[in-house]
Design a protein around this ligand. Structure first.
Ligand code: SF4
Length: 96
């Protein structure tokens, strides 16, 4: 099933109704990447505010970290290749 694309996992994107809080470590990471502005607002290129609200409530059961990972964190993960039809194409390399 892996096809020609070099990836290991198709990870389903799940959604929660709960209000999701970003862990501080993730916030720091986003800040370093310049994805959070001075007011602490997340901004991703090409993603509308409406989409962002939805994205914040999405998560994946990450097969590498063996944990629930927020989609935003998954999005900036080195293993992230793309998002297709509600799934993340994940390279599946070990993460430190
Ligand atoms: S891209 Fe990263 S966070 Fe997302 S599922 Fe793969 S290893 Fe986990």
């Amino acid at each position: 099933m892996a096809g020609e694309l070099e990836r290991k996992y198709d990870v389903k994107i799940l959604s929660t109704e709960e209000k999701v809080k970003f862990p501080d470590a993730l916030k720091e990471q986003l800040k370093e990447l310049g994805l959070i502005d001075d007011k602490g607002k997340l901004k991703l290129k090409g993603v509308s505010p409406k989409m962002l609200i939805r994205m914040k409530q999405e998560y994946v059961k990450c097969p590498v970290l063996k944990d629930d990972i927020q989609f935003v964190q998954c999005f900036i993960c080195p293993n992230f290749q793309s998002r297709v039809m509600g799934e993340v194409l994940c390279k599946g390399d070990p993460l430190k």
